[in-house]
Design a protein around this ligand. Structure first.
Ligand SMILES: [Fe+2]
Length: 491
């Protein structure tokens, strides 16, 4: 950790206790420091009251690497509370598109809310009446389709010269990448209007998209052109109505993990329809891309996961992929609810794990033991991933992460940069150096929230030397609430 990130301990204690000039016992000092940290994290889940006009970021230290230019677009909820009500789950805030632009050695930030029917209805009601994944709808809500509760708040992808803001149970919203204005909701096909489109589509090397849209134990396999036109939408039946947030692909197959968190009943709040049934175990459904009716289901021990990496297939047909697996979905059921009530409840650690599915015999999941979420890989090539970028070092005194790591699968070694307890680390992304050939020859880019300084910071690392700390850090004049997923648009 570089000295720049060291908190000024006297400053923290003074601010926490008001005991300027008084000596503290070690116990009092530890309690005051814990109090300061415990109080500070709430700015990461606070409300942003309006769009952020473009503003320069101030360089804190270092120098932007030559050849790095582009925009890190990120999405995530940023408005949760109004006079007459609030979201009761972290996943139900209004989607905010952040644009961190890096060019000519400098950086800037702008952010704009996605203009959804939900945000319009909730703003008019001065409440949160449109509900969501874990929030109940209120009086006056007009809900004719899932898109009336679509917060467009999970991820953002590039489609042609536009951005799409994605939720997971409704339609994409098209965003202008320069102004961040919402230009409309995307109806992928008229007869499939409002059909879910997951927030984690998978990309072929030529830009074509595979995605799922799930409704209970049924799903649609979406196939889109690089510009976003629907090439096919094929209905399939799922072996069980599991919660599905992500899936993956190999060159030949689609891989869907079916965890034992299963929709049952018909609660008006989707999350409360889900029942954790660890006795069922987890399953992996493997579909043939060339014949979606051809399938195989394999059994695995029980785990919960949000995210996985790109998968690969050995010449033998053995399929492998990485997944951030927890023993149970306690973060989403409890922690993400308590956050909205202003309290932090620790939950089980997700661990970077490898799933191996042989062509015959028993599939297995092996944990590296490394705490990891938001996994990202190089994205070029179709073989085993040499490196996996991830958020890490889950702090016990407050939510989310305080470090960024790169796991080397050849050396079985995790290189980590720990920002310390004053920073809350968001998802970071990898972008290759122009002309790079070798795996992970490039940069890691992503924000943290500096809780002590109450500001969002943007960092760039050499991807092969993440443990050496950021090459450059810029600071904003505001703290933007913690986001979920993003992508880097070069140029
Ligand atoms: Fe996600």
């Amino acid at each position: 950790m570089t000295s720049h990130f060291q908190p000024n301990r006297r400053h923290v204690l003074a601010g926490a206790t008001g005991l300027i000039g008084l000596a503290l016992t070690p116990e009092q000092a530890a309690a005051a420091a814990a109090l300061a940290i415990a109080a500070d994290w709430k700015i990461a889940f606070a409300d942003l009251e309006g769009d952020l006009a473009p503003r320069p970021l101030q360089r804190v230290h270092g120098k932007a690497p030559a050849g790095l230019a582009g925009t890190l677009y990120r999405n995530g909820g940023a408005k949760f509370r109004r006079t007459k009500g609030q979201a009761t789950h972290w996943f139900d805030g209004d989607g905010l598109i952040r644009a961190f632009r890096i060019q000519e050695g400098g950086a800037s930030l702008a952010a704009r809310f996605v203009d959804t029917p939900k945000r319009r209805a909730d703003t008019a009601a001065d409440g949160v009446i449109s509900g969501g994944f874990g929030t109940r709808s209120g009086p006056g809500a007009r809900i004719a389709s899932p898109d009336d509760v679509n917060a467009a708040n999970i991820s953002v992808i590039r489609r042609g010269d536009k951005l799409w803001a994605l939720w997971e149970a409704g339609s994409p919203f098209e965003i202008d990448p320069a102004s961040l204005a919402t230009t409309g909701m995307v109806t992928l096909r008229d007869d499939l209007a409002h059909m879910p489109f997951l927030a984690h589509p998978r990309f072929e090397a030529d830009g074509r998209i595979w995605n799922l849209g799930q409704v209970g134990d049924k799903a649609v396999i979406w196939q889109l052109s690089p510009s976003g036109a629907v090439q096919a939408a094929t209905p399939i039946a799922l072996p069980r109505a599991s919660y599905i947030h992500d899936f993956t692909i190999t060159a030949r197959h689609i891989i869907i993990v079916l965890q034992p968190w299963v929709y049952q009943g018909d609660s008006p709040v989707p999350m409360t329809s889900l029942t954790w049934q660890p006795g069922l175990g987890s399953q992996v459904l493997i579909l043939d891309k060339a014949d979606l009716a051809s399938r195989r289901v394999v059994e695995l021990p029980t785990f919960f996961a949000f995210h996985m990496t790109s998968a690969w297939e050995a010449p033998s047909g053995e399929i492998c992929f990485e997944i951030c697996a927890s023993p149970q979905p306690d973060f989403v059921i409890r922690t993400a609810v308590d956050l909205m009530a202003g309290t932090y409840t620790a939950s089980s650690d997700p661990k970077l794990s490898l799933i191996t599915v042989p062509t015959q015999g028993t599939a297995r999941i092996e944990s590296t033991g490394v705490i990891a979420e938001f996994p990202r890989t190089d994205g070029r090539g179709s073989g085993p991933n040499r490196f996996t970028l991830h958020a890490t070092t889950q702090a016990k005194a407050r939510p989310l992460f305080q470090g960024v790591g790169v796991y080397d699968w050849r050396k079985h070694q995790d290189l980590v940069f720990d920002f310390g307890p004053d920073h809350l680390v968001e998802e970071m992304v990898f972008t290759p150096r122009p002309g790079a050939v070798e795996a992970f020859d490039g940069w890691i880019i992503g924000p943290t929230i500096n809780l002590r300084a109450a500001r969002t910071e943007l960092h760039v690392f050499d991807a092969r030397r993440v443990d050496a700390g950021p090459l450059v850090t810029w600071a904003a004049d505001v703290a933007v609430p913690a986001g979920l997923h993003g992508m880097f648009w070069r140029g």
